[in-house]
Design a protein around this ligand. Structure first.
Ligand SMILES: [Zn+2]
Length: 101
């Protein structure tokens, strides 16, 4: 099995798991947390990267899925700070402008 192919499959699974997490969030937030956990496990196991879009969707510290009402995003021109309202962890995301090279 080619490694690149496994990563590709892993990324697909990660997307799917986040979809499920989003779907479950309203009624079962604890289930969505579990899906995030599984997705992170897949990422680790297959060395598949979690897509940037999804990185703002969960708390790296406590693993909570960010649905409505449990996160707060503060945007600046170049980055966004996502704060988890469950554990208080803050995470800076976004792109740094290409200044060199
Ligand atoms: Zn958290």
């Amino acid at each position: 099995m080619k490694h690149a192919k496994m990563q590709e499959l892993g990324t697909e699974r990660i997307w799917r798991l986040f979809e499920l997490a989003e779907h479950e969030f309203g009624a079962h937030p604890e289930r969505s947390k579990r899906y995030v956990e599984i997705a992170r496990g897949v990422s680790k196991k297959l060395r598949a990267r979690i897509p940037d879009t999804l990185k703002t969707k969960f708390c790296k510290k406590c693993g909570a899925f960010f649905g409505q009402g449990n996160s707060k995003i503060t945007r600046t021109a170049t980055w966004a700070v996502v704060k988890c309202l469950e554990c208080g962890h803050e995470r800076k995301t976004g792109r740094k402008p290409n200044t060199n090279k």
